[in-house]
Design a protein around this ligand. Structure first.
Ligand code: 13P
Length: 252
């Protein structure tokens, strides 16, 4: 039992980077280097590349994801992309509540919960991103912030929806800063998240993949992934080159 039940997962988040040409060569490079590793792997690409990448990943073990998902099903919501649209292109995952969405684009705990629900309704696995800012950590608010972010979703969808979800712990102070959480700092929060879920549903808590994100690199991934409640990673900068992304993948 324990972590042996859980399949590992490494997800790349390209954010707003790349070109049509670089997206294609990156995907081909990743697929070429998957080897016999049976851990799960995905790339969350900009919306406009989803169609092309969906063709490139066909027949491979590389899964496709989006970086966001609308909080409504359909209708007069100019500029938004629905869960049903993403589903048509074979998106297996969608990030919801990434800190950059929360910080720069006004995503709230409530809208994140609605996005999560939309993903679930279309059979897309939401990767729910949670995490505290540096200020919140320094004020010992880490656990309270993470609980609030989880509660907003649990209150809307119920805990059962987490049976088909992934959680990513991404301390905001570690994202893109080169300042990664220590193995122990990350494990402490991951363990808390699993216990928090376990109070509501022990089976789901044991099964759910909890990824770490925030300056995860080839040289620190092994230590992080060795921690008992860290089931893989959500990788930003280091997912933009096949070599570094694959090194992280093969550390899991
Ligand atoms: P970096 O790996 O670039 O720090 O980004 C982490 C992240 O935000 C992944 O979603």
């Amino acid at each position: 039992m324990g972590e042996m039940m859980r399949q590992s997962l490494v997800v790349g988040n390209w954010k707003m980077n790349g070109t049509l040409a670089s997206a294609e060569s990156l995907v081909k490079g990743i697929i070429a280097g998957l080897g016999s590793n049976t851990a799960e792997i995905a790339v969350c690409v900009p919306y406009v590349y989803i169609s092309g990448v969906s063709e490139l990943v066909k027949g491979s073990r590389l899964a496709l994801g989006a970086q966001n998902i609308a909080d409504k099903a359909s209708g007069a919501y100019t500029g938004e992309i629905s869960a049903a649209m993403l589903s048509e292109f074979g998106c297996k995952y969608a990030l919801v509540g990434h800190s950059e969405r929360r910080t720069y684009y006004g995503d709230t705990n409530e809208s994140v919960a609605a996005r999560f629900a939309q993903a679930i309704a279309q059979g897309i696995i939401p990767v729910l991103c949670v995490g505290e800012t540096l200020e919140q950590r320094e004020q010992d608010q880490t656990i309270a912030v993470v609980n609030e972010q989880l509660d907003a979703v649990i209150n809307l969808t119920g805990i059962a929806a987490f049976d088909k979800a992934v959680i990513a712990y991404e301390p905001v102070w570690a994202i893109g800063t080169g300042r990664t959480a220590s193995d122990e700092q990350a494990q402490e929060v991951h363990q808390h998240i699993r216990q928090y879920i376990a109070v509501k549903d022990a089976v789901i808590a044991e099964k759910i993949q909890i990824l770490y994100g925030g300056s995860a690199k080839p040289d620190n991934a092994k230590g992080l992934f060795a921690m008992p409640d860290i089931d893989g990673g959500l990788i930003g900068g280091a997912s933009l080159e096949a070599e570094s992304f694959l090194k992280i993948y093969h550390s899991v």
